[in-house]
Design a protein around this ligand. Sequence first.
Ligand code: LLP
Length: 425
Amino acid sequence: ASFAEPLPGGAPAVGGVPLAELADRFGTPAYIVDEGEIRARARAWKAALPGADVAYAGKAFLTRAMIRWIAEEGLHLDVCSAGELELAAHAGFPAERIILHGNAKSPDDLRTALRLGVGRIVIDSTCEIARIASLVPAGARQRVLVRVVPGVTAGAHVAVQTGMEGQKFGLPVAGGEAEEAVARILGQPRLELMGLHCHLGSQIASVNPYVTAVRRLVTLLERLRDVHGVTFPELDLGGGFAIAYRDGDHTIDPRAYAERVTAELSLRCAHADLPVPRLTVEPGRWIAGPAGVALYRVLAVKTTGTRTFVAVDGGMSDNPRPALYGVRYTVRLVGRASPIPARTMTVVGRHCEAGDVLAEDVPLPGDIRPGDVLAVPASGAYHVSMASSYNLVGRPPVVAVTDGRARLLVRRETLEDLRGRDVGE
Ligand code: LLP
């Protein structure tokens, strides 16, 4: 990420703006996103898969500016709630390029999707087939995909593994539920089934599980053709592509993915004498993650026994990922150079529990002190979107940097915002 590139003089910067300057101007904690980096990463997927649709998974990070960048780069958008849909519509994102996901879509989610005219709704369970069909006006047809479970275990943590049986998403291929659902969808004249969808999991660091999934999905397509006499024009393989949180972490390269997945798909379809469906991929983290940096200010430094704790002004309310999935981050001191050698310290948040750890056992200069600014790279995905106001700490602002200029995208949540929803006596 551009975060790694120091400005002349050595100060770490994002999009040409020194991080320390951003901390002073916008306060801390704050989330910085590099527009150029987001656009470049969106383009990398488009370039790797020119014959495919690239749908950015909005759950990773969504603001109106982000939606506009994604639209301008020619991507599609994956959303999973009426909230994400409304924001996309408000930002002017073309509805026909939107895919609605969800294992439990609310009446509001579905009504909003149909009102806006989203391109695809992904059916996740048999009971929503008739429900969705009943909302489609007479004479119209809603295009849908069906989410199937290919029986592939992949993903960095059990909480984000969705490709195997025994978790809540999709309809298993192995148990016959997927085929049964396809038959039912085909019986609904107001639904047009465009193809299969699967999403294996998240932070997947190898292409192998995707290749296995392609093999199993083509086997299912073959059976659907043989038994039900249908073929489909689309195949959505979901997202889940790993990024580096620390040096040396394995990542997925879009070109390597494209090469192996399209080769496997062509080969298997040729063997089965099936038309090759148009691919969709749904990267979220890969596009947003490396383009974001979290900034904090140190509030306290404490050595107890053998451990040094560096407490900052944010924590698990703006980044619950270490506590939820055991994710390890790197942390850098910005705004001043330190001649003092690094020591191992643990960066903790300000929240009222011992599990509020941002980065365990990271090297930081031995003279770290209150007032210092710390930066956490790879904070662009699933931080802002998963932030809470635990302990009534307001959520941080989001700042975009482009060509050496910074602008506020989302303002800091104030005490008035927090109090305003509390309307009881
Ligand atoms: N498509 C579907 C249907 C998904 O459910 C997801 C993510 C994606 C695409 C994008 O996955 P990505 O490319 O971003 O890995 N909160 C967790 C990640 C949850 C992912 C949920 N689904 C985390 O912070 O690691």
